[in-house]
Design a binder for this molecule. Sequence first.
Ligand SMILES: Nc1ncnc2c1ncn2[C@@H]1O[C@H](COP(=O)(O)OP(=O)(O)O)[C@@H](O)[C@H]1O
Ligand SMILES: [Mg+2]
Length: 391
Amino acid sequence: MSSSSSSSSSMSSSRSSSSSSSSSSRYSHKKQQRRKNKQKEDQDAGHFEYQIGMKIKAGQFVITRFLGDGTFGRVLEVKTCNATCNNYYAMKCIRAVERYIESAKIETKILWYIQDKDKNGAFNIVRLFTSFERYDNYFMVFERLGKSLYDIIKQNNYIGFPIQYVQSFAKQIIISVAFLHQNQLTHTDLKPENILTTNCEYKLVPFKGKQIWVPEREILKIIDFGGATFDHEYHSTVINTRQYRAPEVIMGYPKWNENSDIWCIACVLLELYTGELYFQNKDDLEHIAMIEKAIGPMNYRHFKNSKYKTFFNYDQKYFDQHRSYFKWNSVAPSDSAIERVKKLKTFEELIPAKHALFIDLIRKMLQIDPEERMPLRKLIHHQFFQQVFQD
Ligand SMILES: Nc1ncnc2c1ncn2[C@@H]1O[C@H](COP(=O)(O)OP(=O)(O)O)[C@@H](O)[C@H]1O
Ligand SMILES: [Mg+2]
């Protein structure tokens, strides 16, 4: 593996935020909702106006560069105005829109709660340093991290990561989210955009006959606690970015739980491995058809409390009376949807036998019944993490 400062810098210079680079189909429900609301208002209303070099918070920080834009506002890099050291931070500037500010304040509270539980920062969760209001905007100052895993995958032309990296990333993500679960929190929006590398140094390594970028240090951090939900709190009916959504969420179960994060992590790991979204679908029924192809049939037990229960009970068009089986072709909205489902590769088609333990790990996480998914604290001890991979 070669490492060079010139290669590192070329990766850093073309850095772009996932919030500005993601395609709309990858937007989380939270963002879809924001987008709908946004139609009613001026797109730029309430954005924090800034210039590079501008000082903020009584001269404590100076703005050094733009990192990314999002519906909630924008993320800027700032440094402390201190003659002796230059500490860089990422400042999330929330637009002066009441609901965004309210939701950012809740995110702040959750981050303080987590930091109180993880005083030494051992669980790979982004550190928040301070938050403050200035005129009508609200600001959250975080440790400055590097690119997201999605940004790197994109930069590498959607080729995925070598298995050793997937193994290392998987372990960190599982440990980190297990810690959240242990503290009664479900993240609800786990995806490669919300998992960041910790520094801005990257190196090129050979993979599948090409050279791909990987982080110089493999340490990751989880960000974006805007949708994080405590076990005892109200559970929104729709969470997650569509493609990472677990069956119980797709089907509108009244009470999903932290096991929905386990499903998301499995989807993330498949994406890290292949470079592509696994369940690349456009609507719920197509998604269910894909899940059936990958994992096996859903039956009445899976549907009985869901918003699709009537499909099972009353409509022979969708379900075979005897087999309790969802008939995808009869409800598919288009031939292209049928094609997409046909094209979905099974785990065995996608992952060679030498990585069978990876398939086993994924299967333990992608159980249709949330209670049958292996809890993260147990998954940490899965044999996949003991295997030493050459390639
Ligand atoms: N601490 C950070 N360091 C560097 N970039 C960050 C940091 N936090 C957020 N970003 C960038 O800003 C984007 C949006 O931040 P995020 O908290 O995920 O907001 P949203 O709720 O809009 O998804 C991220 O995807 C990332 O590219
Ligand atoms: Mg995000």
